[in-house]
Design a protein around this ligand. Structure first.
Ligand code: MSP
Length: 692
């Protein structure tokens, strides 16, 4: 029996769960489930990263205290994951008291080691990355962060420094002795050349804001958010019983996106070594996966938020989403999430291949074996059983190796090939013909072999599609594999016993089957089109096309006035021609939504604070409430008409006070009021920039 400890990054609470963060978390959950099947003791960790300048600013923009703000968003993450069948053993928050005291201890250990000193730091800081950037890294013009495409800030302040340079050689030695520490290989090479090119001491505290863990003995300083955040992987386990998951005989795996590999593969082991951890006590693997695009487009914040994993799971079931993400994207590489491909794969792999195999076999058993597992005499096997057995062995060993080498996409491909081979076997063995000939022994063999393959598939697929795999097992008359909460740490079977089907499961003669409806009902063309219409974000060309609609709005919901055109009229009707000067009088500006909130008793309206480049953000009242959850708007770049006369929308009780609802601008959008698409603009456009 082994021990397996697997972590996701802890997510910043300036964003809600989206497809990218869901992807990392689903892969991590699937890896942990694979190890549960092996009989390993497992521990899965996820959580939220709540300190730092980015979060402090975000909270301030919403007019909230940082803790109140982080409580709310952290909860969104905590509640989202179980809906995707993700069951972490701990959901850590960097504001948890045990985490904070662990981090302060770690700091003290590093200080005692002589690896911290006070100095002054000056440089370009990207608040999005929470990291300093070198001049070379910046994109010109505009000193933009290459990742966030937003302008970096010049900072100069007193700071503690960590002697990272001192750890350059020990890190290189460690990488050489542990070639599997950084995976995949291509990423490892990137980190090696970064470290070989020379490490500079790292600024690890800030004095210009206060939302962080204070430095022991010098509370003017708060710790650098990455020092605080990385420590979560160790603080989550504490010093008690759970510390067994951080020991030389546990496998510790950090799953991260490629954007944050350097922090995990360079800073984190250096902090640990400095604090006195030995090489054997460092994590075993940091696996950096690629980035997702959606339908071929980069997932900026606006698009990310419109592809809500919970909506996808609500529409198709969490298993279908998990399966698609794990199967469609080669883990480690960038990949595209395509809505059409999701439905195609669902139909083909889950519906027509796996689901159909189960229905066919159970359908035959209802007719021919009184819904019981039949017996079999392997001595009478023919060559077609031989072919199926070989397909099974190849799939089982291939999928096992693939899960062990962080290749879920390959593991699932193997499982589907086996389902395909089993469907082919049904066609070749033609059990219905044997039934006609009344060849009972042969008929039973065929069905028994198929039931055993189905059982093996239910195990091989469980890490990816736990609920459906268990539903499949129920139809086969077998107990579920999912451990019953709260004993999530262990599998339901005897600890140490591996359930992986290295050989075909036993013949279960006499066991009652429990056939039920289709496991994955397929969608015909019409149903697919309807689902896509409900799910797909509109292409960005439509978002940004300001000339297309004659009725860009939306200070007010379009159907507020009885004469307002419908969405389809909107697309066809033409406005009268105007002179250029008329157009030039409209002041269109880039805005960034800072806060968005519902208005009591006005179910169509939202009150927004929008930064349009002025000293104070503007209050805009907009008819967006039927199309957007307020949180999903925060941070979005919008197009604002800034020189419209202020407009009043009555009054409302807000924050215990009666306030007048006055809008000082209008956002551009298109579509019906319950499916509005906001006109958007590239993330590099600064607030206040004029559109012309
Ligand atoms: N808080 C830090 C991590 C600290 S870990 C000690 C952070 N948080 S984050 O909220 O920005 O989340 C980053 C992670 O989310 C990425 O590393 C990646 O795992 C995941 N993803 C975010 N967008 C993604 C895609 N478009 N595609 C795939 N994964 C993405 O950085």
């Amino acid at each position: 029996m082994g021990r397996f400890y697997v972590t996701t990054p802890i997510y910043y609470v300036n964003d809600v769960p989206h497809l990218g963060t869901a992807y990392t978390t689903i892969v991590t959950d699937a890896l942990r489930r694979f190890h549960q099947l092996l009989g390993d003791e497992t521990f899965m960790l996820t959580g939220t990263d709540e300190h730092g300048l980015k979060i402090e600013r975000e909270a301030r923009a919403k007019g909230m205290a940082p803790k109140e703000f982080t409580d709310a968003i952290s909860d969104r993450f905590r509640q989202a994951w179980p809906k995707l069948e993700i069951t972490p053993d701990r959901f850590i928050r960097t504001t948890d008291a045990d985490h904070e005291s662990f981090v302060q201890d770690l700091w003290k250990k590093i200080e005692q080691r002589g690896d911290l000193y006070e100095g002054e730091y000056e440089g370009w800081y990207c608040v999005g990355c929470e990291s300093l950037k070198t001049e070379k890294e910046l994109e010109q013009p505009g000193n933009l962060c290459p990742l966030h495409k937003t302008a970096v800030e010049r900072v100069k302040e007193r700071s503690y420094f960590f002697r990272l340079e001192k750890w350059q050689q020990p890190l290189l030695d460690f990488y050489a002795r542990h070639p599997s520490f950084i995976q995949p290989e291509s990423r490892r090479n990137e980190v090696l050349s970064f470290v070989q090119s020379g490490l500079k001491d790292l600024s690890v505290s800030r004095t210009t804001f206060s939302w962080g863990i204070s430095v022991p003995g010098n509370p003017k300083h708060v710790m650098y958010v990455w020092f605080d955040a990385l420590s979560n992987y160790r603080s989550a386990l504490g010093q008690g019983d759970l510390a067994r998951f951080w020991s030389p005989n546990a496998q510790v795996v950090h799953v991260v996106g490629k954007d944050i590999l350097r922090f995990h593969a360079v800073f984190w082991p250096a902090f640990l070594l400095s604090a006195g951890y030995t090489e054997k006590e460092l994590p075993n693997v940091v696996y950096a996966h690629g980035f997702l695009t959606v339908d071929g487009q980069k997932m900026g914040k606006a698009l990310r938020n419109s592809v809500d994993p919970l909506r996808l799971a609500g529409e198709l079931g969490p298993d279908a989403l998990r399966y698609h993400l794990l199967r469609a994207i080669a883990f480690g590489q960038d990949g595209d999430f395509d809505h059409g491909a999701l439905l195609e794969r669902y139909n083909a792999d889950l519906g027509k291949n796996l689901g159909n195999l189960l229905s066919r076999v159970l359908g035959l058993c209802i007719k021919l074996t009184d819904s019981k597992h039949p017996g079999d005499d392997p001595a009478t096997d023919t060559s077609i059983e031989g072919d199926l057995d070989r397909a099974f062995e190849h799939a089982s060993s291939g999928a096992y190796a693939a899960w062990n080498t962080f290749a879920p996409h390959v593991a699932l491909e193997h499982a589907m090939k086996l389902a395909n081979a089993a469907n082919l076997y049904v066609d070749r063995a033609a059990p219905w013909a044997e039934a006609k000939k009344d060849n009972r022994a042969r008929l039973e063999k065929i069905l028994s072999r198929l039931l055993r393959v189905l059982e093996a598939l239910s195990v091989m697929l469980w890490p990816a599609i736990p609920t459906k795999a268990d539903a499949m097992r129920a139809q086969l008359g077998l107990a579920p594999l999912t451990p019953v909460a709260p004993t999530a740490l262990t599998t339901p079977h005897a600890a140490g016993e591996s359930l992986w089907p290295h050989a075909l499961p036993p013949i279960r003669q006499g066991l009652a089957l429990a056939p039920a409806g289709p496991l994955f009902p397929t969608f015909d063309d019409k149903a697919q089109r309807e689902i896509l219409e409900r799910l797909m974000p509109k292409p960005p060309a439509e978002h940004a096309n300001l000339t297309q609609s004659s009725k860009p709005m939306t200070s007010e919901p379009s159907h507020a006035s009885p004469s307002a055109p419908t969405a389809s009229e909107d697309q066809t009707s033409q406005s009268p021609v105007i002179a250029y000067d008329d157009f030039a009088r409209v002041d269109l500006r880039v805005g960034v939504v800072k806060t968005a909130e519902r208005i009591p008793k006005k179910d169509k309206l939202l009150r927004l604070l929008v930064d349009v480049g002025e000293p104070e953000p503007r209050t805009i009242v907009a008819g967006l409430a039927l199309s957007f959850a307020p949180d999903t708007l925060v941070g979005r770049r919008v197009v604002v008409v800034t020189n419209l006369a202020p407009r009043e929308f009555g009054s409302a009780e807000m924050d215990g006070k009666k306030v007048k609802l006055v809008s000082h601008g209008m956002l551009l959008a298109s579509g019906p009021s319950d499916n509005l698409q906001l006109a958007t603009i590239s993330e590099s456009a600064p607030p206040g920039a004029r559109l012309k």
